[in-house]
Design a protein around this ligand. Structure first.
Ligand code: B12
Ligand code: SF4
Length: 424
């Protein structure tokens, strides 16, 4: 079959990205012997014109649409990205009979409401490698869709329970054919690499369980290094480990670093750390393996707020991790999430002072927390009347502690004036 995959992610950022999720699905489709093309609209000036050209030149029999970001997650200036995605789906529907199948992180959070909103033919919640192939086979053989794992159809909903592949090594890794030439130009591109999926940490506001599930699943470190070697050969020197928690489990993180050290490549990488078990042995290995920056998502400096967010670390853990990383010359980008349940002026100031005391290289502040369906934050917001029962939360809705909004915004603005390395 001729399969066209398109990433509709249009968020503008300083950092260039590559649609890793769509590329993983494309690799799986290619390995099964289908013809596949991938178009990343992030780097395209006129998306509709690109879609028309693709249909004219490729004549797809199935179209997969990868929806990653729903909105900017900014309470003060919420930008919803769904309108352009809807136009793109409409263009496909107008110009071809090929079924349009949704997937991706954003889609997985809203499998039914986004299917209806974007007016697509079907959607697959969760990882696409197996389910999308199953779907293509059934389309090819004209058999019915009952039982396709994670598949949603308009009107009838879920067709088969989601399955989570435990051994990620069984999935092919995307190759350079799916990367735009532009990512090889310049040295500001951080090539995304995923070693693990799923997160068991269950933070109160987080949507990751809907996207990847709660069970941590891995690729073997050897497979990861083998994959990286292909990209290193092509000249890519910067990598971004997009795993939710690079350091969990610690034994995996250490083995991966050791493999990278053994490979002796001249590469640099960044990753996301969960501030527990960040000890000297790990940080030393990370630094030796090429880690130059970590995202340290501590979100608050108040013990009470951290407990409310269901974080399993204390401000002291964050402080210790941050100091160690600093000692080994690893840049630290911190994250604060202010205005959640229980937040008061005192706790917000405690967090700002705490972030200040860490002397981080940079800090991203978010004021007001985006409410995602199925989270404990959504339950709290419902109880407090911030959202209504039945609100699918597709249009951005935010939690802000009662009476704190205006004060918090002004206070954060004031602190930012004095901290040029802080951003929103
Ligand atoms: C790493 C990351 C980043 C990095 C990206 C680095 C890079 N070079 O790529 C950075 C820091 C830049 C980033 C920025 C942002 N991010 Co971010 N990010 C992530 C993270 C942790 C991992 C994404 C990833 O690469 N996953 C690995 C790939 C393989 O998985 P995947 O894309 O989900 O694909 C699989 C399935 O979804 C499915 N699939 C994908 N496409 C398709 C298509 C079809 C047809 C099918 C059937 C299946 C399918 O199969 C794939 C393989 O199994 C996710 C959290 C998460 N766990 O998903 C958040 C996440 C995607 N980010 C999010 C947000 C909000 C942002 C920002 C808007 C934040 C901000 N305010 O600035 C920006 C936007 C940036 C942009 N340009 O899009 C949200 C999106 C929520 C939403 N739906 O709106 C997430 C989900 C985090 C969260 N829980 O809130 N991010
Ligand atoms: S550790 Fe990160 S990915 Fe995991 S539940 Fe918490 S916020 Fe989500």
């Amino acid at each position: 079959m001729k399969v066209f995959l398109i990433s509709v992610n249009r968020e503008e950022m300083n950092m260039r990205t590559w649609p890793l999720g769509a590329a993983c699905v494309a690799a799986s489709v290619q390995q099964a012997g289908h013809t596949v093309e991938l178009l990343d609209l992030m780097h395209v000036g006129d998306p509709i014109a690109s879609v028309r050209t693709a249909i004219r030149e490729f004549h797809p029999e199935v179209v997969g649409v990868s929806v990653r970001n729903i909105d900017s997650q900014k309470m003060s200036d919420p930008i919803c990205f769904l309108e352009s995605a809807r136009e793109i789906v409409a263009e496909f529907k107008a110009l071809t009979d090929a079924p349009v199948v949704l997937g991706g992180a954003g889609y997985s959070i809203y499998p039914m409401s986004l299917l209806e909103y974007l007016r697509a033919d079907m959607g697959i919640q969760g990882e696409g490698e197996m389910s999308f192939l199953d779907l293509i086979d059934r389309l090819e053989q004209h058999t019915d869709m009952k039982g396709v794992s994670g598949l949603y159809l308009p009107g009838s909903g879920l067709q088969g329970w989601r399955r989570y592949e435990k051994d990620l090594d069984s999935f092919p890794l995307p190759d350079a054919r799916f990367a735009a030439d532009s990512i090889f130009a310049g040295d500001d591109f951080w090539f995304p690499v995923q070693t693990r999926r799923g997160c068991p940490m269950n933070c109160s506001y987080c949507s990751t369980a809907a996207i990847e599930g709660c069970l941590l699943r891995k690729r073997s470190p050897l497979t990861v290094v083998k994959w990286l070697s292909e990209w290193v050969k092509l000249g890519l020197k910067r990598y971004y480990f997009v795993d939710n928690t690079f350091n969990l489990p610690p034994s995996y993180a250490k083995t991966l670093c050791e493999e990278l050290i053994d490979a002796s490549w001249d590469i640099r990488w960044r990753c996301i750390l969960y501030p527990v078990n960040v000890n000297e042995e790990l940080v030393r290995l990370m630094a030796a393996a090429g880690c130059m920056e970590v995202s340290l998502g501590f979100e608050s400096g108040s013990e009470l707020i951290l407990q409310g967010m269901k974080k399993k670390f204390s401000p002291k853990d964050v402080n210790d991790a941050s100091d160690l990383l600093g000692e080994f010359g690893i840049r630290r980008m911190g994250f604060l999430l202010l205005g959640g349940p229980g937040e008061t002026k005192e706790s917000a100031l405690e967090s700002l002072r705490f972030a200040d005391s860490l002397n981080l290289e940079s800090l991203k502040l978010t004021v007001g927390i985006r409410i995602y369906p199925g989270t404990s934050l959504a339950q709290i917001a419902l109880r407090e009347g911030i959202i209504a029962a039945g609100d699918d939360l597709l249009q951005p809705r935010f939690y802000m502690a009662h009476g704190l909004g205006g004060w918090l915004k002004e206070t954060v603005d004031h602190w930012m004036l004095e901290h040029p390395n802080w951003m929103r």
